[in-house]
Design a protein around this ligand. Structure first.
Ligand code: UN1
Length: 509
Protein backbone atom coordinates (compact mmCIF):
# COMPACT_ATOMS: atom_id res chain seq x y z
CA UNK A 1 0.00 0.00 0.00
CA UNK A 2 1.34 3.38 -0.98
CA UNK A 3 -0.33 6.07 1.07
CA UNK A 4 0.77 8.85 -1.31
CA UNK A 5 -1.10 7.20 -4.17
CA UNK A 6 -4.16 6.71 -2.02
CA UNK A 7 -4.21 10.33 -0.92
CA UNK A 8 -3.75 11.43 -4.53
CA UNK A 9 -6.61 9.25 -5.77
CA UNK A 10 -8.90 10.61 -3.05
CA UNK A 11 -7.77 14.16 -3.70
CA UNK A 12 -6.35 14.82 -0.24
CA UNK A 13 -3.58 17.41 0.05
CA UNK A 14 -1.03 17.83 2.81
CA UNK A 15 -3.11 20.76 4.10
CA UNK A 16 -6.89 20.66 3.77
CA UNK A 17 -9.86 22.78 4.60
CA UNK A 18 -12.35 21.11 6.88
CA UNK A 19 -15.41 23.05 5.75
CA UNK A 20 -17.04 22.29 2.42
CA UNK A 21 -20.13 23.19 0.47
CA UNK A 22 -20.07 20.64 -2.32
CA UNK A 23 -16.79 21.17 -4.14
CA UNK A 24 -15.97 24.45 -2.41
CA UNK A 25 -13.58 23.85 0.49
CA UNK A 26 -12.69 26.61 2.92
CA UNK A 27 -12.18 27.10 6.69
CA UNK A 28 -10.68 29.74 8.88
CA UNK A 29 -10.27 27.77 12.12
CA UNK A 30 -7.38 26.05 13.86
CA UNK A 31 -5.27 23.38 12.27
CA UNK A 32 -5.58 19.78 13.37
CA UNK A 33 -3.08 17.20 12.25
CA UNK A 34 -4.38 13.74 11.51
CA UNK A 35 -1.96 11.16 12.83
CA UNK A 36 -2.18 7.49 11.94
CA UNK A 37 -2.41 5.11 14.90
CA UNK A 38 -0.84 2.51 12.59
CA UNK A 39 2.66 4.04 12.59
CA UNK A 40 2.26 7.28 14.53
CA UNK A 41 3.03 9.38 11.45
CA UNK A 42 1.26 12.62 10.57
CA UNK A 43 -0.80 12.07 7.40
CA UNK A 44 -2.09 15.57 6.62
CA UNK A 45 -3.68 18.52 8.37
CA UNK A 46 -7.14 20.05 8.30
CA UNK A 47 -8.48 23.46 9.25
CA UNK A 48 -11.49 23.51 11.51
CA UNK A 49 -14.81 25.27 11.00
CA UNK A 50 -15.45 28.67 12.61
CA UNK A 51 -18.85 30.18 13.43
CA UNK A 52 -18.62 32.29 10.25
CA UNK A 53 -17.75 29.24 8.14
CA UNK A 54 -20.72 27.44 9.66
CA UNK A 55 -23.06 30.29 8.73
CA UNK A 56 -21.95 30.01 5.11
CA UNK A 57 -22.63 26.29 5.18
CA UNK A 58 -26.10 26.72 6.61
CA UNK A 59 -26.99 29.42 4.09
CA UNK A 60 -25.90 27.16 1.22
CA UNK A 61 -27.59 24.08 2.65
CA UNK A 62 -30.88 25.89 3.23
CA UNK A 63 -30.83 27.28 -0.29
CA UNK A 64 -29.96 23.89 -1.80
CA UNK A 65 -32.88 22.32 0.03
CA UNK A 66 -35.36 24.60 -1.72
CA UNK A 67 -34.28 23.08 -5.05
CA UNK A 68 -33.51 19.50 -4.01
CA UNK A 69 -36.91 18.93 -2.37
CA UNK A 70 -38.72 19.65 -5.63
CA UNK A 71 -36.79 17.03 -7.59
CA UNK A 72 -38.70 13.72 -7.92
CA UNK A 73 -37.48 11.18 -5.39
CA UNK A 74 -36.49 8.61 -8.07
CA UNK A 75 -34.36 11.33 -9.73
CA UNK A 76 -32.67 11.91 -6.39
CA UNK A 77 -32.22 8.14 -6.23
CA UNK A 78 -30.40 8.31 -9.54
CA UNK A 79 -27.87 10.71 -7.96
CA UNK A 80 -27.38 8.26 -5.09
CA UNK A 81 -26.93 5.45 -7.64
CA UNK A 82 -24.09 7.42 -9.22
CA UNK A 83 -22.62 7.97 -5.77
CA UNK A 84 -22.63 4.19 -5.19
CA UNK A 85 -20.93 3.66 -8.55
CA UNK A 86 -18.17 6.12 -7.65
CA UNK A 87 -17.72 4.40 -4.31
CA UNK A 88 -17.21 1.13 -6.19
CA UNK A 89 -14.46 2.79 -8.23
CA UNK A 90 -12.70 4.14 -5.14
CA UNK A 91 -13.40 1.24 -2.79
CA UNK A 92 -9.78 0.08 -2.54
CA UNK A 93 -8.39 3.56 -1.86
CA UNK A 94 -11.10 4.64 0.55
CA UNK A 95 -10.96 1.33 2.43
CA UNK A 96 -7.19 1.72 2.79
CA UNK A 97 -7.53 5.31 4.02
CA UNK A 98 -10.08 4.18 6.62
CA UNK A 99 -7.65 1.49 7.73
CA UNK A 100 -4.66 3.84 7.87
CA UNK A 101 -6.34 6.82 9.50
CA UNK A 102 -8.53 4.89 11.94
CA UNK A 103 -6.52 1.70 12.47
CA UNK A 104 -9.07 -1.04 11.68
CA UNK A 105 -7.93 -3.97 9.54
CA UNK A 106 -7.85 -3.44 5.80
CA UNK A 107 -10.54 -6.11 5.41
CA UNK A 108 -12.78 -4.17 7.78
CA UNK A 109 -11.93 -0.87 6.06
CA UNK A 110 -13.02 -2.38 2.75
CA UNK A 111 -16.08 -3.87 4.47
CA UNK A 112 -17.01 -0.43 5.69
CA UNK A 113 -16.92 0.96 2.16
CA UNK A 114 -19.00 -2.05 1.08
CA UNK A 115 -21.62 -0.99 3.63
CA UNK A 116 -21.67 2.41 1.92
CA UNK A 117 -22.22 0.81 -1.47
CA UNK A 118 -24.95 -1.43 -0.05
CA UNK A 119 -26.84 1.45 1.55
CA UNK A 120 -26.70 3.36 -1.74
CA UNK A 121 -28.31 0.41 -3.52
CA UNK A 122 -30.91 0.18 -0.78
CA UNK A 123 -31.63 3.91 -1.02
CA UNK A 124 -32.00 3.81 -4.81
CA UNK A 125 -34.80 1.24 -4.48
CA UNK A 126 -36.27 3.16 -1.61
CA UNK A 127 -36.48 6.30 -3.73
CA UNK A 128 -39.47 4.68 -5.47
CA UNK A 129 -41.03 3.40 -2.26
CA UNK A 130 -41.45 6.28 0.17
CA UNK A 131 -44.95 5.02 0.78
CA UNK A 132 -47.68 6.59 2.82
CA UNK A 133 -50.99 4.95 3.75
CA UNK A 134 -54.48 5.78 2.58
CA UNK A 135 -57.38 5.69 5.04
CA UNK A 136 -61.13 5.55 4.70
CA UNK A 137 -62.72 8.78 5.84
CA UNK A 138 -65.75 8.58 8.16
CA UNK A 139 -67.31 11.41 6.12
CA UNK A 140 -69.04 10.94 2.73
CA UNK A 141 -67.19 12.17 -0.35
CA UNK A 142 -63.96 12.56 1.54
CA UNK A 143 -60.60 10.99 0.96
CA UNK A 144 -57.79 10.65 3.48
CA UNK A 145 -54.19 9.76 2.95
CA UNK A 146 -50.78 10.51 4.31
CA UNK A 147 -47.64 11.56 2.55
CA UNK A 148 -44.04 12.00 3.53
CA UNK A 149 -42.16 15.21 2.89
CA UNK A 150 -38.49 15.98 3.39
CA UNK A 151 -37.44 17.60 6.66
CA UNK A 152 -34.78 20.06 5.51
CA UNK A 153 -31.21 20.14 6.80
CA UNK A 154 -30.02 16.95 8.46
CA UNK A 155 -27.00 17.36 10.75
CA UNK A 156 -24.85 14.26 11.09
CA UNK A 157 -22.38 13.83 13.93
CA UNK A 158 -20.37 10.63 13.59
CA UNK A 159 -17.61 8.86 15.48
CA UNK A 160 -14.08 7.80 14.55
CA UNK A 161 -14.78 4.07 14.61
CA UNK A 162 -16.92 4.03 11.47
CA UNK A 163 -15.53 7.15 9.84
CA UNK A 164 -17.28 6.73 6.49
CA UNK A 165 -20.15 4.20 6.68
CA UNK A 166 -22.26 5.91 9.34
CA UNK A 167 -22.28 9.10 7.29
CA UNK A 168 -23.51 7.19 4.25
CA UNK A 169 -26.26 5.35 6.19
CA UNK A 170 -27.62 8.77 6.98
CA UNK A 171 -26.91 10.61 3.76
CA UNK A 172 -28.02 7.94 1.28
CA UNK A 173 -31.46 7.81 2.93
CA UNK A 174 -31.68 11.53 3.70
CA UNK A 175 -30.86 12.45 0.10
CA UNK A 176 -33.49 10.22 -1.49
CA UNK A 177 -35.93 11.59 1.09
CA UNK A 178 -35.14 15.10 -0.21
CA UNK A 179 -33.05 16.40 2.67
CA UNK A 180 -29.66 18.07 2.48
CA UNK A 181 -26.85 17.04 4.81
CA UNK A 182 -24.26 18.78 6.95
CA UNK A 183 -21.73 16.36 8.40
CA UNK A 184 -19.38 16.70 11.30
CA UNK A 185 -17.18 13.62 11.26
CA UNK A 186 -14.83 12.81 14.11
CA UNK A 187 -11.91 15.21 14.47
CA UNK A 188 -9.82 12.03 14.87
CA UNK A 189 -10.53 10.96 11.28
CA UNK A 190 -10.96 14.22 9.31
CA UNK A 191 -9.33 12.95 6.14
CA UNK A 192 -11.94 10.22 5.73
CA UNK A 193 -14.58 12.96 5.77
CA UNK A 194 -12.75 14.96 3.13
CA UNK A 195 -12.36 11.90 0.92
CA UNK A 196 -16.11 11.18 1.12
CA UNK A 197 -16.99 14.80 0.43
CA UNK A 198 -14.73 14.82 -2.64
CA UNK A 199 -16.56 11.80 -4.03
CA UNK A 200 -20.10 13.11 -3.63
CA UNK A 201 -19.16 16.70 -4.53
CA UNK A 202 -17.91 15.60 -7.93
CA UNK A 203 -21.26 13.96 -8.68
CA UNK A 204 -23.26 16.98 -7.58
CA UNK A 205 -21.04 19.13 -9.77
CA UNK A 206 -21.38 16.83 -12.79
CA UNK A 207 -25.16 16.77 -12.36
CA UNK A 208 -25.34 20.56 -12.10
CA UNK A 209 -26.81 20.30 -8.60
CA UNK A 210 -26.16 22.74 -5.74
CA UNK A 211 -23.15 21.86 -3.60
CA UNK A 212 -25.16 22.65 -0.48
CA UNK A 213 -26.80 19.21 -0.78
CA UNK A 214 -23.66 17.83 0.87
CA UNK A 215 -21.61 19.90 3.30
CA UNK A 216 -18.97 19.07 5.87
CA UNK A 217 -17.79 20.87 8.98
CA UNK A 218 -14.83 19.90 11.15
CA UNK A 219 -13.95 20.36 14.79
CA UNK A 220 -14.75 19.21 18.29
CA UNK A 221 -17.95 19.40 20.33
CA UNK A 222 -18.12 23.19 19.83
CA UNK A 223 -18.83 22.68 16.12
CA UNK A 224 -21.34 19.97 17.03
CA UNK A 225 -23.02 22.46 19.34
CA UNK A 226 -23.51 24.90 16.45
CA UNK A 227 -25.72 22.25 14.85
CA UNK A 228 -27.53 21.02 17.95
CA UNK A 229 -28.53 24.57 18.94
CA UNK A 230 -29.52 25.64 15.42
CA UNK A 231 -33.27 25.52 14.73
CA UNK A 232 -32.49 25.30 11.00
CA UNK A 233 -31.15 21.78 11.55
CA UNK A 234 -34.33 19.74 11.51
CA UNK A 235 -32.78 16.44 12.52
CA UNK A 236 -29.52 15.74 14.32
CA UNK A 237 -28.32 12.19 13.83
CA UNK A 238 -25.57 11.54 16.35
CA UNK A 239 -23.38 8.49 16.85
CA UNK A 240 -21.04 8.31 19.82
CA UNK A 241 -20.99 7.88 23.58
CA UNK A 242 -24.11 7.93 25.75
CA UNK A 243 -22.62 10.94 27.57
CA UNK A 244 -22.44 12.88 24.31
CA UNK A 245 -25.89 11.67 23.24
CA UNK A 246 -27.49 12.90 26.43
CA UNK A 247 -26.22 16.44 25.78
CA UNK A 248 -27.21 16.32 22.10
CA UNK A 249 -30.66 14.93 22.93
CA UNK A 250 -31.39 17.57 25.54
CA UNK A 251 -30.13 20.46 23.44
CA UNK A 252 -32.09 19.46 20.34
CA UNK A 253 -35.24 18.64 22.35
CA UNK A 254 -35.16 22.11 23.89
CA UNK A 255 -35.87 23.57 20.46
CA UNK A 256 -38.24 20.72 19.49
CA UNK A 257 -35.85 19.38 16.87
CA UNK A 258 -35.63 15.70 16.03
CA UNK A 259 -32.78 13.40 17.00
CA UNK A 260 -31.59 10.00 15.90
CA UNK A 261 -29.25 8.75 18.60
CA UNK A 262 -26.99 5.74 18.16
CA UNK A 263 -24.95 5.58 21.34
CA UNK A 264 -23.03 3.18 23.54
CA UNK A 265 -23.44 -0.57 23.63
CA UNK A 266 -22.58 -3.23 26.20
CA UNK A 267 -23.21 -6.24 24.09
CA UNK A 268 -23.37 -9.75 25.42
CA UNK A 269 -23.29 -13.27 24.05
CA UNK A 270 -25.08 -15.99 25.98
CA UNK A 271 -23.31 -19.32 25.52
CA UNK A 272 -25.58 -22.25 26.29
CA UNK A 273 -24.63 -25.91 26.77
CA UNK A 274 -25.99 -26.86 23.32
CA UNK A 275 -23.99 -24.15 21.49
CA UNK A 276 -21.81 -25.24 18.61
CA UNK A 277 -18.37 -24.58 20.08
CA UNK A 278 -16.50 -23.81 16.87
CA UNK A 279 -18.88 -21.11 15.64
CA UNK A 280 -19.28 -19.75 19.15
CA UNK A 281 -15.55 -19.21 19.53
CA UNK A 282 -15.14 -17.55 16.15
CA UNK A 283 -18.12 -15.27 16.75
CA UNK A 284 -17.03 -14.40 20.29
CA UNK A 285 -13.40 -13.67 19.43
CA UNK A 286 -14.25 -11.62 16.32
CA UNK A 287 -16.88 -9.74 18.32
CA UNK A 288 -14.40 -8.90 21.07
CA UNK A 289 -11.19 -8.18 19.15
CA UNK A 290 -12.51 -7.08 15.73
CA UNK A 291 -11.88 -3.35 15.19
CA UNK A 292 -9.82 -3.69 18.43
CA UNK A 293 -13.09 -3.70 20.39
CA UNK A 294 -14.01 -0.26 19.06
CA UNK A 295 -17.37 -1.05 17.50
CA UNK A 296 -20.47 0.01 19.32
CA UNK A 297 -21.55 -3.58 18.61
CA UNK A 298 -18.34 -5.18 19.96
CA UNK A 299 -18.86 -8.15 22.27
CA UNK A 300 -18.06 -7.00 25.80
CA UNK A 301 -19.58 -9.79 27.90
CA UNK A 302 -19.80 -13.57 27.58
CA UNK A 303 -22.49 -15.11 29.75
CA UNK A 304 -21.56 -18.78 29.84
CA UNK A 305 -23.55 -21.70 31.28
CA UNK A 306 -21.83 -23.04 34.41
CA UNK A 307 -21.66 -26.58 32.97
CA UNK A 308 -19.41 -25.41 30.12
CA UNK A 309 -17.76 -22.42 31.80
CA UNK A 310 -14.35 -24.03 32.39
CA UNK A 311 -14.34 -25.61 28.96
CA UNK A 312 -14.85 -22.19 27.33
CA UNK A 313 -12.21 -20.60 29.53
CA UNK A 314 -9.71 -23.03 28.14
CA UNK A 315 -10.94 -22.70 24.57
CA UNK A 316 -10.79 -18.89 24.79
CA UNK A 317 -7.26 -19.02 26.13
CA UNK A 318 -6.22 -21.10 23.12
CA UNK A 319 -8.16 -19.01 20.63
CA UNK A 320 -6.71 -15.71 21.93
CA UNK A 321 -3.19 -17.10 21.45
CA UNK A 322 -3.92 -17.19 17.74
CA UNK A 323 -4.94 -13.53 17.48
CA UNK A 324 -2.26 -11.72 15.49
CA UNK A 325 -1.75 -8.07 16.41
CA UNK A 326 0.04 -5.65 14.15
CA UNK A 327 -0.33 -3.28 11.26
CA UNK A 328 -3.94 -3.43 10.08
CA UNK A 329 -2.69 -3.02 6.54
CA UNK A 330 -1.11 -6.47 6.72
CA UNK A 331 -3.89 -8.95 5.94
CA UNK A 332 -2.33 -11.58 8.20
CA UNK A 333 -3.13 -9.52 11.29
CA UNK A 334 -6.51 -9.77 13.03
CA UNK A 335 -6.22 -6.72 15.21
CA UNK A 336 -4.74 -3.28 14.70
CA UNK A 337 -4.17 -0.41 17.12
CA UNK A 338 -6.56 1.61 19.24
CA UNK A 339 -7.38 5.04 17.84
CA UNK A 340 -4.98 7.04 20.05
CA UNK A 341 -3.07 7.15 23.31
CA UNK A 342 -6.09 8.43 25.24
CA UNK A 343 -7.90 5.25 24.25
CA UNK A 344 -4.89 3.22 25.43
CA UNK A 345 -4.94 5.03 28.78
CA UNK A 346 -8.66 4.35 29.12
CA UNK A 347 -8.11 0.66 28.32
CA UNK A 348 -5.33 0.45 30.91
CA UNK A 349 -7.35 2.27 33.57
CA UNK A 350 -10.28 -0.12 33.15
CA UNK A 351 -8.06 -3.19 33.48
CA UNK A 352 -6.37 -1.68 36.54
CA UNK A 353 -9.78 -1.03 38.08
CA UNK A 354 -10.81 -4.65 37.52
CA UNK A 355 -7.60 -5.98 39.03
CA UNK A 356 -7.93 -3.64 42.02
CA UNK A 357 -11.44 -4.97 42.58
CA UNK A 358 -9.91 -8.44 42.93
CA UNK A 359 -11.04 -9.88 39.59
CA UNK A 360 -9.21 -12.74 37.99
CA UNK A 361 -7.56 -11.89 34.69
CA UNK A 362 -7.86 -14.91 32.43
CA UNK A 363 -5.96 -13.46 29.48
CA UNK A 364 -3.62 -10.66 30.31
CA UNK A 365 -3.73 -7.34 28.49
CA UNK A 366 -0.98 -4.78 28.14
CA UNK A 367 0.44 -2.18 25.82
CA UNK A 368 2.77 -3.47 23.10
CA UNK A 369 6.08 -1.82 22.34
CA UNK A 370 9.02 -2.41 20.02
CA UNK A 371 9.24 -2.80 16.28
CA UNK A 372 5.98 -2.21 14.47
CA UNK A 373 4.33 -0.83 17.61
CA UNK A 374 6.03 2.60 17.67
CA UNK A 375 2.73 4.50 17.62
CA UNK A 376 2.09 3.34 21.19
CA UNK A 377 -1.52 2.48 20.29
CA UNK A 378 -1.27 -1.32 20.07
CA UNK A 379 -2.66 -3.32 22.99
CA UNK A 380 -3.26 -6.98 23.76
CA UNK A 381 -6.85 -8.20 23.95
CA UNK A 382 -7.75 -9.02 27.51
CA UNK A 383 -10.27 -11.38 29.14
CA UNK A 384 -11.38 -10.86 32.75
CA UNK A 385 -13.69 -12.90 34.96
CA UNK A 386 -16.22 -10.49 36.38
CA UNK A 387 -19.63 -9.99 37.95
CA UNK A 388 -22.20 -8.19 35.88
CA UNK A 389 -22.94 -5.53 38.49
CA UNK A 390 -19.34 -4.31 38.80
CA UNK A 391 -19.06 -0.67 37.76
CA UNK A 392 -16.48 -1.23 35.02
CA UNK A 393 -18.68 -3.97 33.51
CA UNK A 394 -21.67 -1.66 33.51
CA UNK A 395 -19.99 0.98 31.36
CA UNK A 396 -18.71 0.80 27.82
CA UNK A 397 -14.93 0.82 27.40
CA UNK A 398 -14.02 1.17 23.75
CA UNK A 399 -11.24 -1.43 23.80
CA UNK A 400 -10.68 -5.19 23.42
CA UNK A 401 -11.61 -6.10 26.99
CA UNK A 402 -13.99 -9.03 27.37
CA UNK A 403 -15.72 -9.91 30.64
CA UNK A 404 -16.81 -13.48 31.25
CA UNK A 405 -19.34 -14.67 33.80
CA UNK A 406 -21.44 -17.78 34.38
CA UNK A 407 -25.15 -18.53 34.73
CA UNK A 408 -27.33 -21.48 35.70
CA UNK A 409 -30.78 -20.91 34.21
CA UNK A 410 -31.70 -19.30 30.90
CA UNK A 411 -33.89 -16.78 32.72
CA UNK A 412 -30.87 -15.76 34.79
CA UNK A 413 -28.76 -15.43 31.61
CA UNK A 414 -31.34 -13.12 30.04
CA UNK A 415 -31.52 -11.05 33.23
CA UNK A 416 -27.73 -10.64 33.21
CA UNK A 417 -27.77 -9.75 29.52
CA UNK A 418 -30.40 -7.08 30.17
CA UNK A 419 -28.81 -5.91 33.41
CA UNK A 420 -26.79 -3.01 31.98
CA UNK A 421 -27.77 0.58 31.12
CA UNK A 422 -27.17 0.08 27.38
CA UNK A 423 -29.32 -1.88 24.91
CA UNK A 424 -27.71 -2.17 21.50
CA UNK A 425 -26.81 -5.71 20.46
CA UNK A 426 -27.12 -9.19 21.95
CA UNK A 427 -26.87 -12.79 20.90
CA UNK A 428 -27.52 -16.32 22.08
CA UNK A 429 -25.56 -19.36 20.92
CA UNK A 430 -27.88 -22.33 21.17
CA UNK A 431 -29.40 -25.23 19.30
CA UNK A 432 -32.34 -25.34 21.68
CA UNK A 433 -35.47 -23.80 20.17
CA UNK A 434 -36.97 -23.00 23.58
CA UNK A 435 -33.93 -21.00 24.59
CA UNK A 436 -33.67 -19.04 21.37
CA UNK A 437 -37.39 -18.26 21.25
CA UNK A 438 -37.36 -17.10 24.88
CA UNK A 439 -34.38 -14.89 24.08
CA UNK A 440 -36.24 -13.32 21.14
CA UNK A 441 -39.57 -12.99 22.97
CA UNK A 442 -40.89 -9.94 24.80
CA UNK A 443 -39.47 -11.47 27.98
CA UNK A 444 -36.10 -11.90 26.33
CA UNK A 445 -33.38 -9.54 25.16
CA UNK A 446 -34.19 -5.85 25.61
CA UNK A 447 -31.77 -4.79 22.86
CA UNK A 448 -32.40 -3.24 19.46
CA UNK A 449 -30.53 -6.17 17.93
CA UNK A 450 -30.99 -9.77 19.13
CA UNK A 451 -29.27 -12.55 17.20
CA UNK A 452 -29.11 -16.31 17.32
CA UNK A 453 -25.90 -18.19 16.51
CA UNK A 454 -24.06 -15.20 15.10
CA UNK A 455 -21.96 -12.54 16.83
CA UNK A 456 -23.10 -9.21 18.24
CA UNK A 457 -21.30 -7.13 15.60
CA UNK A 458 -21.44 -6.98 11.83
CA UNK A 459 -25.11 -6.08 11.35
CA UNK A 460 -26.32 -5.92 7.74
CA UNK A 461 -27.57 -2.60 6.39
CA UNK A 462 -30.99 -4.04 5.44
CA UNK A 463 -32.17 -4.13 9.05
CA UNK A 464 -32.87 -1.12 11.22
CA UNK A 465 -29.73 -0.47 13.25
CA UNK A 466 -29.76 0.94 16.78
CA UNK A 467 -30.75 0.18 20.32
CA UNK A 468 -32.72 0.94 23.43
CA UNK A 469 -32.07 2.50 26.85
CA UNK A 470 -28.82 4.48 26.95
CA UNK A 471 -28.13 3.45 23.37
CA UNK A 472 -30.56 6.23 22.55
CA UNK A 473 -33.50 4.56 20.77
CA UNK A 474 -32.59 5.68 17.23
CA UNK A 475 -32.67 3.45 14.16
CA UNK A 476 -30.48 3.90 11.11
CA UNK A 477 -30.06 2.27 7.69
CA UNK A 478 -32.55 -0.43 6.64
CA UNK A 479 -36.20 -1.40 7.22
CA UNK A 480 -38.32 1.75 7.66
CA UNK A 481 -35.56 3.84 9.28
CA UNK A 482 -36.07 6.33 6.41
CA UNK A 483 -39.15 7.72 8.15
CA UNK A 484 -37.06 9.69 10.65
CA UNK A 485 -35.68 11.73 7.73
CA UNK A 486 -39.15 12.86 6.66
CA UNK A 487 -42.19 14.56 8.08
CA UNK A 488 -45.58 12.93 7.86
CA UNK A 489 -48.53 14.89 6.61
CA UNK A 490 -52.12 13.69 6.86
CA UNK A 491 -54.36 15.02 4.09
CA UNK A 492 -58.17 15.04 4.05
CA UNK A 493 -59.86 16.06 0.82
CA UNK A 494 -63.55 16.86 0.49
CA UNK A 495 -64.92 16.33 -3.04
CA UNK A 496 -68.58 16.71 -2.04
CA UNK A 497 -70.90 19.71 -1.97
CA UNK A 498 -71.36 19.97 1.81
CA UNK A 499 -69.02 20.30 4.76
CA UNK A 500 -69.88 17.44 7.12
CA UNK A 501 -67.94 17.65 10.37
CA UNK A 502 -66.09 14.72 11.85
CA UNK A 503 -67.40 13.00 15.00
CA UNK A 504 -70.99 13.74 13.80
CA UNK A 505 -70.92 17.32 15.07
CA UNK A 506 -73.72 19.53 13.70
CA UNK A 507 -72.89 23.14 12.92
CA UNK A 508 -75.46 24.76 10.59
CA UNK A 509 -75.29 28.44 9.75
C1 UN1 B 1 -20.73 1.26 15.03
O1 UN1 B 1 -19.88 0.65 15.67
O2 UN1 B 1 -20.96 2.48 15.29
O3 UN1 B 1 -22.91 -3.87 13.15
C2 UN1 B 1 -21.48 0.70 13.90
C3 UN1 B 1 -21.74 -3.52 12.99
C4 UN1 B 1 -21.46 -2.52 11.89
C5 UN1 B 1 -21.78 -1.14 12.35
C6 UN1 B 1 -21.21 -0.74 13.65
N1 UN1 B 1 -22.27 -2.84 10.74
O4 UN1 B 1 -20.83 -3.95 13.65
Amino acid sequence: MNIENILRELNIQSENYGTAIGKRFFAAGDRIVSTSPVDGKAIASVKTTTADDYEQVMAAATEAFAQWRTMPAPARGEVVRKFGDKLRQHKAALGALVSYEMGKSLQEGLGEVQEMIDICDFAVGLSRQLYGLTMHSERPNHRMYEQWHPLGVVGIISAFNFPVAVWSWNTALAWVCGDVCVWKGSEKTPLCSIACQNIIAEILYEEGLPGGISCIVTGDYRVGEMMTKDHRVALVSATGSSRMGKIVGQTVAERFGKTLLELGGNNAMIITPSADKAITLTAAVFGAVGTAGQRCTSTRRLIIHSSVYNEYKEALTNAYKQVKIGSPLDENNHMGPLIDKDAVANYQATIDEAIKAGNHVLIEGGVLSGEGFESGCYVKPCVIEAKNNQSFVQRETFAPILYIMSYDTIEEAVAIQNGVPQGLSSTIMTNDLRESELFLSAAGSDCGIANVNIGTSGAEIGGAFGGEKETGGGRESGSDAWKIYMRRQTNTINYGKTVPLAQGIKFDL
